[in-house]
Design a protein around this ligand. Sequence first.
Ligand code: NDP
Ligand code: 8X3
Length: 251
Amino acid sequence: MSKIALITGATSGIGRATALILGKNGYDIIACGRRQERLQKLQEELKGTCETHPLVFDVRDQQTVNQAIDSLPGKWKNIDVLVNNAGNAHGLSPINEGSVEDWDAMIDINVKGLLYVSKVVVNGMVERKSGHIINIGSIAGKEVYPNGNVYCASKYAVDAINKGMRIDLGQHGIKVSAVNPGLVETEFSLVRFKGDKERADSIYQGFSPLTAEDVAEIILFTVTRPAHVNLADMIVFPTVQTTATTVHKSS
Ligand code: NDP
Ligand code: 8X3
């Protein structure tokens, strides 16, 4: 029988790649995001491979999060794997020039949204005494870099929540793991730079960044370890990246 994975941020980047790879490896997928048409396209792509249940909600709205996840029918309620992936950076400015709107977005989505989704999913995992939560952190949750201030704060919070979840949920038979990538070429920089494609593309020039599929493969590996093995906390870089700010570009 297939296992069930709920993936937030499945409309793009790491979340979408994770939905595709888990779908091809024995999971039925609850694919979440705000852009319904992209979720429908993903469902089409996975037709014949696995069952897909699209769920449209904004992680910032706790009531909608609860309604959406509580509305899951039958077998879909028994979530085996939760991938807390939805999130973005908004802006890249010194703290004295940062926009409060951007700060709110990052704290509300990356931190509070992750908590809202986890709260409603974890209840069922505790009852069933099994489950696996994968939190997508970042190298920005391990090192603060210039102008990263509030994005880094949001990912440091994810790092702490990951540790706290693992400590509190281990006794209930639930595994908690973090994957903390460096530079991954997705729509991340397009969002960070508010649609400025030239600036976004420049981030990934002169080297081979990670792809969303690279990270998705690590997630697949993490959720397919034997019951007694938990990959608790992983950092993954492109080979030429060695810290948050050190990237050995060819040009
Ligand atoms: P993308 O921009 O490609 O994907 C972000 C996803 O998050 C989208 O599916 C988007 O869906 C979803 N999302 C954003 N805001 C909300 C919201 N309010 N409610 C629900 N869903 C939301 O970026 P990535 O795939 O790169 O990012 C995924 C995760 O990986 C993030 O947590 C990011 O911080 C982290 N990360 C990324 C790195 C990178 O270099 N790219 C490196 C390290 C970590 P929709 O807009 O449809 O709602
Ligand atoms: C995304 C990677 O370096 O832009 O979390 O913060 S970075």
